[in-house]
Design a protein around this ligand. Structure first.
Ligand code: SAH
Ligand code: SF4
Ligand code: F3S
Length: 493
């Protein structure tokens, strides 16, 4: 291990920066699972009397990692604060998926700089997906040298030691592993509320040509089934109402096991038998969505009828350039099979507009696919070139104005299909997991249906964290309004 001194840029002492080239490699080595994680005795009181603040950007994977980071910090004696002026440690858990995600973090670093002048003992750290990028680490070292610590997505378990070194040393501590590490079980977690994330796998091997994730998260590694099942059982015992199984491509779960034949469908079939009211999963790549999974999901019960199935584009040619490895027709066939097996399935998706060379006709194909599938919701993005990905070498040749217009037209089509789907729910009774008071009106409760739709209704605060039954009285594009009813014999969604 090496260390970098801020003043003389002596890279020889404590400096392990990322390399996109190394991150691209996929080796055959076995991933070992470690069950013996513990914070060293001498660091267990390191944070006593001190406070931390974490800002989280990006996807659920980062939310999930933030819970682990909070767990580690609290086992070191730190307590959480929302107030940056009283924090002794501030960490930015960053996202690299699009340029604007990165801009937000650089902007925030600028805002935080004065705090370092007021409190020289403040440890300011950057972690998450941006830390895995060479260009980002170089930029932080050159332009934001007041940062004390950079660590990546593969060595979160090393935080106690890294924090100690950053707090004691005058140097910027940079430790980023470009090759994924082993799987570390039994890391502490700070979870809150009635919903929980459960990571079932790490990394991504799909290498869609626009995407940075395979480089920032390493190769696909599945957690052992018994570890996932034990975690879900424990959450059920604690009264958690909803778990979301996480992976960049959950359908690839188990493909890396050499000793057992156990797929995502098998895992869902086992989790189905655990007494927890709702089980979701995200994200599923259409390519590996097999019949076994459809058959298990059709059993229903705690497996909710909501499937997030990113399509990215409705044009087979664009899908080919994106290296998604399915065609428009194959995607539509999968949708047909899902709808046949699960008639009340709600589908949502991710779509990118303005990918290099996307023509007007190809964009029209995306619009027509959106209409044909009838999504209930979607995340839509303008293509953003990412350094080091194959698409970044293609000419980003769709004019910005055209990209914006396409995004707008796409969003209009999605609003139409979402409203149409919501209007069909009027008069029906839905099961709602109550999250709390509505953000805009304290007299109204807010919660989510099994299909993840937001519902507002009047009811007692005592329902918070519990299931309620609500008759839908009014439907808008993204939300439903309703009234509380008795538990019905049969539910719609
Ligand atoms: N593993 C998930 C996606 C994770 S990233 C999957 O494959 O479904 C979430 C979404 O961000 C992607 O589905 C894609 O729509 C979008 N995205 C990824 N890279 C992007 C880029 N370079 N520009 C614009 N959008 C991008
Ligand atoms: Fe990115 Fe594709 Fe992997 Fe999703 S499946 S994380 S879009 S490379
Ligand atoms: Fe962003 Fe990393 Fe997630 S790049 S979308 S935080 S996996």
């Amino acid at each position: 291990m090496t260390k970098q001194t801020k003043s003389d840029k002596d890279y020889s002492i404590y400096f392990q920066p990322p390399s996109l080239k190394d991150a691209k490699k996929r080796g055959k080595e076995e991933v070992a699972v470690h069950y013996d994680f513990a914070i060293p005795q001498e660091l267990q009181q390191f944070g006593a009397g001190k406070k931390y603040l974490i800002r989280t950007y990006g996807c659920q994977m980062n939310e999930n990692d933030t819970e682990t980071i909070k767990g580690l910090l609290e086992q070191m004696g730190y307590t959480e604060t929302e107030e940056k002026t009283e924090a002794d440690v501030i960490l930015l858990n960053t996202c690299a998926i699009r340029e604007n995600a990165e801009d937000k973090v650089f902007g925030e670093l600028g805002h935080l700089k004065p705090l370092k002048t007021h409190n020289p003992n403040l440890v300011l750290g950057v972690c998450g997906c941006m830390s895995q990028e060479e260009a980002v680490v170089n930029r932080i070292m050159q332009k934001h040298a007041f940062v004390d610590l950079i660590f990546g997505t593969h060595n979160i378990h090393r935080l106690p030691q890294l924090l100690r070194d950053a707090a004691f040393g005058k140097e910027m501590v940079v430790e980023v592993w470009s090759k994924e590490g082993d799987i570390i079980e039994n890391l502490p977690r700070k979870r809150a509320g009635m919903k929980a994330w459960v990571n079932i796998m790490y990394g991504c091997d799909k290498f869609c040509t626009y995407c940075i994730v395979p480089y920032t998260r390493g190769k696909e590694r599945s957690r052992r089934p018994q570890d996932v099942l034990a975690e879900v059982r424990e959450l059920a015992r604690q009264g958690v109402q909803e778990v979301t199984l996480l992976g960049q491509n959950v359908n690839a779960y188990g493909k890396d096991f050499e000793d057992i034949d156990y797929t995502f469908g098998d895992l869902m079939d086992d989790i189905r038998k655990i007494d927890i009211p709702r089980v979701r999963f995200t994200t599923s790549h259409p390519r590996d969505f097999d019949d076994r999974l459809i058959e298990v999901l059709a059993k229903g019960g705690n497996l909710v009828e909501h499937i997030h199935l990113p399509v990215q584009s409705g044009s087979t040619e664009v899908l080919k350039l994106m290296s998604r490895k399915y065609s428009r027709e194959q995607y539509l066939e999968l949708v047909r099979k899902i709808k046949a097996a699960i008639p009340n399935a709600v589908l949502t998706t991710d779509i990118i507009v303005g990918f290099p060379n996307e023509t007007d006709e190809q964009f029209e194909e995306t619009l027509s696919l959106v209409r044909e599938v009838g999504y209930d919701n979607a995340f839509t993005f303008i293509y953003s070139p990412r350094d080091g990905t194959p698409a970044a070498a293609m000419e980003d040749n769709v004019p910005a104005e055209v990209k914006k217009q396409r995004l707008q037209r796409l969003n209009e089509a999605l609003m139409e299909s979402s409203l149409a789907a919501n209007l069909k729910l009027r008069g029906q009774v839905v099961e709602v997991l109550v999250e709390g008071e509505s953000k805009t009106n304290a007299n109204v409760l807010a919660g989510r249906t099994r299909t993840n739709k937001l519902v507002h209704f009047a009811g007692p605060k005592s329902l918070e964290g519990r299931m309620a039954y609500v008759r839908v009285t009014d439907a808008q594009t993204w939300t439903l309004k309703g009234e509380l009813v008795e538990e019905p014999l049969q539910l719609s969604v």
